[in-house]
Design a binder for this molecule. Structure first.
Ligand code: C2E
Ligand code: MG
Ligand code: MG
Length: 404
């Protein structure tokens, strides 16, 4: 294996004894650039102070204070490019769950070690290390053809991420929006703008929406059963609304899972002119009659506009992020934002501000009386497994925040 003395390793374990043991083992294997930390915050501070991220992190998942799962989330937020080794005295299931979560976050997991670790076990995992993040192929500009997208749907490579919708005044989480990603075996996590248009152009959206919706319903039911009554929103393409049976499909799936339709939100963006206005109106009206909630997404852009509000029975209006972000410092954005808000209020609709990106956006929102907010400041879209950790974090942040 190549130059071990050039490998930076960060070790995090709350037991001083274990830290010493791991440090000695690493030295024995020829790794000399090792920094050891007894708590998550201390390790993060050390991480943030580095010019380059460590090549490998050894992480104990069971720690008081910030635990390993939470630490994994912080690593994901920093787009940690190196290898991750989980070390734990916990049972296999906990280790596997944490590994899965780290992979879902697109971290590079080398594997896990049970306590007490052995030099041989450690050595095998370290040898799997990829030398640097720069060698990972960028997933950026690649395009995918219809066949690839079709295969991804069939193989179940699409995964649902979820982004919270929270009550601005209290921070309470009332629902989650489902945002689909493609966990590509080689390219990593691929975002919807890379494959939804392909799916739309080749008649694959029906299958895609069905897969996403089924997953979202099962997830929402699981949350409900865990005592968390959250609504779940799914994005619907105009193509879905061109098929008359769509309303029946949604109703049947929802009933099969046992979710109340009132907890299921369908977000509609009119990205292009409706192919068949009558069919779309038929489908949406029937969904509404069945008590599903309809949301007009990206309001103020494209065709998501006044004509839709006139013609369709929407329950929710989502102010597009281009009007929210930075509205606190831009009079024109603020005017559009406030007009949209007032319109929705007069029509008796729920309002969600999209694109709350930072503390200034959040503070602005709190002054406007807008009921719900969504955006990176609150949470990035995350795998379902990350929700408990985020919730804990969010509650802590809300308690700390100045109330204005
Ligand atoms: P959308 O429904 O308007 O979703 C919001 C998008 O904005 C998401 O991008 C989300 O990650 C991103 N976002 C959230 N908060 C912020 C923020 O504070 N700042 C910024 N700059 N962006 C934020 P994503 O996940 O890439 O999805 C893009 C679009 O793809 C979605 O827009 C939606 O129209 C479509 N889409 C996603 N999942 C599905 C799906 O399952 N089916 C269909 N038909 N369309 C989907
Ligand atoms: Mg949406
Ligand atoms: Mg939107």
């Amino acid at each position: 294996m190549n130059n071990k003395s050039a490998i930076d390793i960060l070790v995090l374990d709350d037991e001083p004894f274990m830290l010493k043991l791991l440090g000695r083992m690493l030295a024995g294997l020829g790794y000399t650039r090792v920094s050891c930390h007894e708590s998550g915050p201390a390790a993060l501070a050390a991480y943030d102070a580095l010019d380059d991220a460590p090549n490998v992190i050894l992480l104990d998942i069971n720690m008081p204070g910030m635990d390993g799962v939470e630490f994994v989330r912080h690593l994901a937020q920093r787009h940690y490019p190196g290898g991750l080794i989980l070390v734990s005295g916990e049972d296999d299931r906990m280790l596997q769950a944490t590994e899965k979560l780290a992979r879902a976050y697109h971290l590079f997991v080398l594997g896990s070690l049970h306590k007490p670790p052995t030099p041989a076990g450690l050595s095998v995992l370290l040898d799997k290390r990829i030398p640097s993040a720069a060698e990972k192929p960028p997933a950026t500009n690649k395009t995918y053809d219809a066949e690839a997208v079709r295969a991804a749907i069939v193989r179940g490579e699409l995964v649902n991420y979820y982004q919270p919708k929270v009550v601005v005044a209290t921070g309470d989480v009332i629902g989650m929006e489902t945002l689909v990603r493609w966990q590509h075996p080689e390219d990593g996590l691929v975002f919807p703008d890379r494959f939804i248009p392909v799916a739309e152009a080749h008649g694959l959206v029906g299958d895609l929406t069905r897969a996403v919706l089924k997953g979202a319903l099962v997830q929402a039911k699981a949350w409900q059963e865990a005592g968390q009554a959250l609504s779940v929103a799914v994005n619907v393409s105009m193509d879905d609304l061109a098929a008359l049976e769509f309303a029946d499909f949604v109703a049947a799936e929802t009933a099969a899972v046992g979710m109340p339709p009132q907890s299921v939100v369908l977000e509609v963006t009119e990205s292009r002119l409706m192919q068949s206005l009558a069919t779309s109106l038929d489908v949406l009206a029937r969904l509404r009659l069945k008590r599903f909630r309809l949301s007009i997404d990206d309001f103020g852009t494209g065709h998501s506009s006044l004509a839709q509000l006139r013609d369709l029975p929407f329950d929710e209006l989502k102010i597009d992020r281009s009007f929210t972000r930075g509205a606190w410092q831009d009079e024109r954005l603020r005017a559009i934002f406030e007009a949209s808000l007032s319109l929705a209020n007069q029509l008796g609709m729920e309002v969600v501000a999209e694109g709350v990106e930072d503390a200034d956006d959040w503070a602005f929102l709190r002054q406007t009386g807008c009921h719900l907010g969504q955006g990176y400041f609150i949470a990035r879209p995350m795998p379902a497994a990350a929700l408990p950790g985020w919730l804990e974090d969010w509650r802590r942040r809300m308690n700390r925040a100045p109330q204005n």
